[in-house]
Write a protein that binds this ligand. Structure first.
Ligand code: 13P
Length: 242
């Protein structure tokens, strides 16, 4: 899976251009979904463009709220995303955890509701710099992974995004990524009793010039790309490496 996370970027014009260009330039591989996550306001606009072109692009939302009712001004729930034929949703992104102070119980609520609504989920985890420096990455990630206990993970992909690599230009090195992905897969097999290997994708300062090396690891099942996904030619070239 190769995912474009546009964060708070874009306009109708740039999304139109991106969907057109990427639909033309990628060589679709049915085993490698190409997922576009525009700001949620543009979900419907993007859906129509994708459908009009019969494009292979899948649509993802960057946002879903934790909801147990309807009294949430500004809220967006998983049923609304399904109603607009959204395929994927990003949950647990470090920017949501940091800027919206998302707590584990909210992440867990989002997961359960999105599973119930039939959405595929990209569940994001990753350690901050101080934790990495103190060799605490595995313990930190195990705590974040705990909320998956008891959930149906058939349609869940894990995105490992070290916080210190996001938007900094400092991607994690291949060897480090491999070790962490192996840890995540082992945790899912032993602590979550998953029989099938779960897919784990990497995110954090992925660009055209480092994507091939990162993807060459057998433990890396795809990429979650922020800044470098904005340019449609760049993104298509990265997709075509997979
Ligand atoms: P960058 O690729 O800009 O570092 O962002 C990574 C990310 O947060 C994708 O979800």
């Amino acid at each position: 899976m190769i995912v474009a996370n546009w964060k708070m970027n874009g306009s109708k014009a740039s999304i139109h251009d991106w969907i057109n260009t990427v639909s033309k330039c990628i060589k679709p591989n049915p085993k490698v979904p190409c997922v576009f996550c525009p700001p949620s306001l543009y979900i419907d606009f993007s859906r129509k463009l994708i459908d009009d072109l019969s494009s292979e692009i899948k649509l993802g939302s960057q946002l879903v709220n934790a909801e147990d009712g309807t009294a949430l001004t500004g809220g967006l729930n998983s049923l609304m995303l399904s109603d607009f034929s959204t395929d994927y949703v990003l949950i647990g992104h470090s920017e949501q955890r940091t800027f919206f102070n998302e707590q584990a119980n909210q992440t867990s609520n989002k997961m359960q509701n999105s599973i119930d609504a039939g959405l595929s989920i990209i569940f994001c985890i990753g350690e901050p710099l101080d934790v990495q420096k103190q060799n605490g990455t595995n313990n930190f990630l195990a705590t974040q992974l705990e909320i998956l206990k008891g959930l149906n993970l058939d349609n869940v992909t894990i995105a490992y995004e070290p916080v210190w690599a996001i938007g900094t230009g400092l991607n994690a090195e291949r060897r480090y990524i491999e070790e962490v992905h192996q840890f995540i897969k082992d945790y899912c097999a032993t602590d979550l009793n998953l029989k099938e290997n779960i897919s784990v994708v990497y995110g954090g300062s992925v660009k055209l010039d480092n994507a091939e090396e990162i993807l060459s690891s057998s433990h890396v099942d795809g990429l979650l790309i922020g800044g470098a996904s904005l340019n449609p030619d760049n993104f298509s070239n990265i997709y075509n490496l997979s």
